[in-house]
Design a protein around this ligand. Structure first.
Ligand code: C2O
Ligand code: CU
Ligand code: CU
Length: 505
């Protein structure tokens, strides 16, 4: 058996390997990576979305959803060039698959306009040309994104140029290069996954007290006593993390959403908003043998214990001084200015009522989804149920610039090749993570000051901790049939209407 334990077996309690005894022989399971799917030789990717069952806490099984497995999907390795993709929908309800962070035209982007009917197939011939980065894919289904992602319809992509050895970056998947999908989840007394948002969960976003990594609770990441690369994906519906090690050891930030930083930045705390990714290097030769990764934002939470195992092979012993990167775009004083105001519950701008037609399409769609409850059923574990598409749209207050999302309305048009300055503000006393499809942008200022390390590189998602100024260049086309989305990545807010769409022509 391969020395790495993969998600497909490790989530079933019986199939999981116990971590080696000795340094940490306490019977906990070794954290498994999602299976690796390397498309570089074939230029092809086939994924099937399907329902599954997982015993997350080793007790009752939960009805879940995943791509080619019970929960989440494979980690897909991609490189520049052509990539033929098919997605089959065996889920039993409509879905779409969005490549969050891939720079592809609107018709390949997998937004809500690219619906795959139950039993249907979506075929796209993409051409990739972008910086190496950790990006991800997830359901982006009209009114149902929050519920779909919660139950597992997400996975990670490593966009690579094959040059990480030259950069001195760890790249042995599951050994010194760990992919970590961080998600908070609620469970009932029997250990079943719960998603039943109340109105307050729509307002705040659906948060939970338990953190899963790669769909696993209570697993231990086993690492060599050297430099290890951790690729974090915040796949939570709504939770922001402030990640740090209990012994205070630094994390050397080397990449943000869209690519590498020019040089590593040492951080004690790494902030990660929903939808964001970050790659860090951590030295596990220094310090104690069992550091634990915690998060302290909105209360202290345990995220992932580590166990340093001297028998694991060490390849990289120092953090590189610099990395080769695409320079960020220069400030463009003549860039066209657009302003965006994200509002909820009456909003801070006072303009969120009365300016747009009621979002009938949401209600209709929610209704249609309920009609497809072909698997599961009942209150426990069914992935079809009352979600934000049912509750949030009744609240009818989630909007951008006063207008709730409407699939039939294109909010604006950008000329292909243009650079624009976007000034984005959030309302309602919540930090909204703002995400734009089809682009990687530069954050110029947040709350009037230059961005911190986490927002200093190429980005596609940014927490609106204050008025946020972005410089965005639009290099890919999106027509009215499949426009790009911009939205809050608190998925309950998105589904409730805090989203707009634009074309690039
Ligand atoms: Cu990660 Cu429009 O989404
Ligand atoms: Cu996206
Ligand atoms: Cu929001």
């Amino acid at each position: 058996m391969d020395r790495r334990q993969f998600l497909g077996t490790a989530t079933a309690a019986a199939g999981a390997a116990l971590i080696p005894s000795g340094a940490h022989g306490d019977g906990r399971r070794r954290l498994a990576m999602p299976p690796l799917r390397d498309t570089r030789a074939t230029g092809r990717l086939a994924l099937t979305a399907r329902p599954g069952t997982v015993r997350f806490l080793g007790r009752a099984g939960s009805v879940t959803a995943g791509f080619d497995q019970d929960y989440l999907g494979p980690t897909v390795v991609m490189r520049d060039g052509p990539l033929g993709v098919t997605v089959d929908n065996a889920l039993g309800e409509t879905l779409t698959v969005h490549w969050h962070g891939l720079l592809v035209p609107g018709e390949h982007d997998g937004g809500p306009h690219s619906a795959i009917a139950p039993g249907g197939r979506w075929t796209v011939d993409m051409h990739l040309a972008q910086r190496p980065a950790t990006v991800w894919y997830h359901s982006h289904t009209h009114g149902a994104t929050a519920r779909h992602v919660y139950f597992g319809l997400a996975g990670v992509i490593h966009q690579t140029d094959g040059r990480d050895d030259d950069r001195g970056l760890p790249n042995r998947y599951g050994i010194d290069d760990l992919t970590l999908v961080v998600q908070d989840r609620r469970f009932d007394a029997d250990g079943r996954l719960i998603y039943a948002p109340e109105p307050t969960d729509i307002l705040n976003g659906f948060e939970a007290g338990r953190v899963l990594v790669n769909g696993q609770a209570d697993a231990v990441a086993v690492v060599p006593p050297g430099i290890v690369r951790l690729r974090f994906v915040n796949g939570s519906n709504a939770r922001f993390y402030s990640l740090h090690f209990d012994d205070g050891r630094p994390m050397h930030l080397v990449a943000t959403d869209g690519g590498f930083l020019p040089r590593p930045r040492a951080l004690e705390f790494l902030r990660l908003a929903p939808g964001e990714r970050a790659e860090v290097l951590v030295d596990f030769a220094a310090g104690g043998p069992t550091p634990t990764l915690l998060s302290s934002r909105g209360g202290r939470m345990r995220v992932l214990p580590f166990a340093v195992d001297g028998r694991e092979p060490v390849r990289i012993v120092r953090v590189p001084d610099r990395l080769d990167v695409d320079p960020l775009p220069d400030d463009a004083p003549d860039a066209r200015l657009r302003r965006f105001s994200l509002t909820m519950g009456g909003g801070s701008s006072g303009q969120s009522r009365g300016t747009a037609p009621p979002p009938l399409s949401h209600a209709a769609q929610a209704h249609a989804h309920h009609g497809h409850a072909g698997h599961g059923g009942g209150t426990h574990g069914a992935i079809v149920g009352g979600g934000p598409e049912a509750i949030g749209t009744r609240m009818n207050d989630f909007a951008i610039n006063g207008r709730p999302h409407d699939m039939r309305r294109v909010d604006f048009e950008v000329p292909l090749g243009a650079t624009e300055r976007w000034i984005v503000t959030g309302g309602g006393g919540v930090e909204h993570p703002f995400h734009v499809h089809g682009v990687h942008f530069r954050v110029m200022r947040i709350g009037g000051i230059p961005p911190r390390a986490e927002e200093s590189g190429w980005k596609d998602t940014v927490g609106l901790a204050g008025e946020t100024e972005l410089l965005v260049r639009f290099d890919h086309r999106a027509g009215a049939d499949a426009p790009y989305m911009y939205h809050c990545h608190i998925l309950e807010h998105e589904d409730a209407g805090m989203m707009g769409q634009f074309t690039v022509v």
